[in-house]
Design a protein around this ligand. Structure first.
Ligand code: NAD
Length: 481
């Protein structure tokens, strides 16, 4: 059993309540760590520390180039300790070690990229229309930023916020998901070792309803960078109006994969399988609706099931495992209930559709990779985010029908297009109302490419050059002479 502590003002500390809560290993279903149960008083402590660091601390005296050096050092330390960070996340969240090692190994790139941008944020002098005036703009850090993160990719989704916020000169209060706090706290050891001044990065742990709400209503916080579900995002947006906090919201999805008759079917099958079953379907970008042209529906499905049925389930630390457990017990129950709902709606099970009862899955929270056919796009299973290994297959006849169905959900996070016709690829990229459109590939992300959602999938973008401006205010300066 491991006991974790929070990180506030450069100190490792218990919650003021002295209470803790348990964190579970999804592979064994057993408790492996105790996490401090913070409350509003701890939020006050963390916000005060972040405010002091921002206003008068050593951090406020660093120039942008010096901030960039610290970010680069942190990137180097993450690269050095990638194995340990990945293993911590696997234990707490059940993701595959093989995937996590790659993901954590790639994380330093965000720190290097935004380190390079820190001292390239330039103001502008305007040819102002008034006589005897000189005007220019400055970009200044927005202030204290709260990062509220989900359980599905705790470190990567924090990195997308931490790197641009620190590059911009902000200070941070981080609240990881109550289900997966461990890896974020382990990362703080590296923040400390990199030499960030005290109070610049703080982590408090606890539940959304108390710590999370204390953050979203706290007037000492200037911006919230949130990734999580639509319901929580909506509540945070409503609560954050007290001081009109700036906000980026990265929310859920119901992304469609469109397979056209001219697609390379073998590649499309691989892309659709990994699009829905990687990370056990627990990604916001999960390609959970397969729209496949009627003329290739049966052939595609046959190849798809053949490949999907070979997926090896089991211990996420094993390099050969392909599908791990569901991360939390409530989510495990929720996915099973959504499977029952789809059956009740009349969708037919082509594969899976139940808890995985395989010896290699032990007592873990495993669900068989599940495929529903005979789905209509207006069924709840095709409209609501499952956040689990469940695919709905829907045939289409015309391209136009495919675009309309793909766009016909409240979400707009991502879409996949499989075609060998480049004109069709460009048309689809234009027609699909989603923040990311992948063609003949799926799930690729990069520090250079903006990521975020249309419609109910969120507000704002992470990654890419513009992301740093979400952590900056623009000031107009006027001088008369
Ligand atoms: P969640 O919304 O339940 O929790 C996310 C975080 O918000 C947690 O830290 C939680 O404690 C906190 N929280 C919950 N209620 C709160 C409140 N009222 N006030 C303040 N904080 C609150 O989400 P989850 O179950 O951890 O994650 C799954 C969801 O995240 C899915 O919907 C998924 O699509 C979404 N997600 C989106 C992206 C993206 O980039 N768009 C990426 C990953 C996950």
């Amino acid at each position: 059993m491991k006991d974790f502590r929070c990180f506030i003002d450069g100190e490792w500390t218990d919650a003021l309540s002295k209470e803790t809560f348990e964190s579970f290993d999804p592979f064994t279903g057993k408790v492996w760590a105790n996490i401090p149960k913070c409350d509003g008083r701890d939020v006050d402590r963390a916000v005060s520390a972040a405010r002091r660091a921002f206003d008068t601390g050593d951090w406020s005296k660093l120039n942008a180039t010096q901030r960039g050096h610290l970010l680069r050092r942190l990137g180097d330390l993450i690269a050095r300790d990638a194995d340990h960070l990945a293993a911590t996340e696997v234990q707490d969240n059940g993701k595959l070690y093989a995937e996590m090692r790659g993901q954590v190994g790639y994380m330093p790139q965000w720190f290097y990229y935004f380190a390079g941008m820190a001292d390239k944020v330039e103001g502008a002098v305007q040819p102002i229309d008034k006589p005897d005036m000189f005007t220019y703009t400055r970009h200044e850090p927005v202030g204290v930023v709260a990062a509220i993160t989900p359980w599905n990719s705790p470190l990567l989704l924090l990195t997308w916020k931490l790197a641009p916020a620190l590059a911009a000169g902000c200070t941070m209060v981080i609240k990881p998901s109550e289900f997966t706090s461990a890896s974020t706290l382990e990362l703080m050891r590296l923040v400390e070792e990199a030499g960030f001044p005290k109070g610049v990065v703080n982590v408090i742990t606890g539940f959304g309803q108390d710590v999370g709400e204390a953050i979203s209503t706290h007037n000492g916080i200037d911006k919230i960078a949130f990734t999580g579900g639509e319901v929580s995002g909506r509540r945070i947006a409503q609560q954050a109006t007290g001081n009109f906090k700036r906000m980026t919201l990265e929310l859920g999805g119901k992304s469609a994969q469109l397979v056209f008759p001219d697609a390379n079917l073998d590649n499309a099958v691989k892309g659709v399988v990994s699009g829905i079953f990687a990370a056990t379907g627990q990604t916001c970008i999960a390609g959970s609706r397969l729209l496949v042209h009627r003329s290739i529906h049966d052939a595609f499905l046959e190849k798809f099931l053949e490949l999907a049925k070979t997926a090896r389930m089991g211990d996420p630390m094993e390099m050969t495992t392909q599908v791990g457990p569901v991360t939390t017990q409530p989510q495990f129950k929720r996915v099973l209930s959504m499977i029952d709902m789809a059956k009740a709606e009349g969708a037919e099970v082509a594969m899976g559709g139940r808890r995985a009862d395989r010896p290699e899955c032990g007592d873990g929270w495993f669900i068989e990779p599940t495929v529903f056919v005979g789905v209509r796009n207006d069924m709840r299973i095709a409209q609501e985010e499952v956040f689990g290994p469940v695919l709905s297959v829907i045939p289409f006849n015309e391209d136009e029908e495919a675009y309309q169905m793909a766009n016909d959900t409240p979400y707009g996070l991502a879409a996949g297009v499989w075609t060998s016709d480049m004109a069709r690829a460009f048309t689809a990229a234009k027609r699909l109302r989603a923040g990311t459109v992948w063609t003949n590939t799926y799930r690729a992300v990069s520090y250079m490419m903006p990521f975020g959602g249309f419609k109910n999938s969120g507000v704002g973008r992470e990654s890419g050059q513009d992301a740093i401006y979400d952590f900056l205010e623009t000031k107009s300066v006027w001088l008369a002479f």
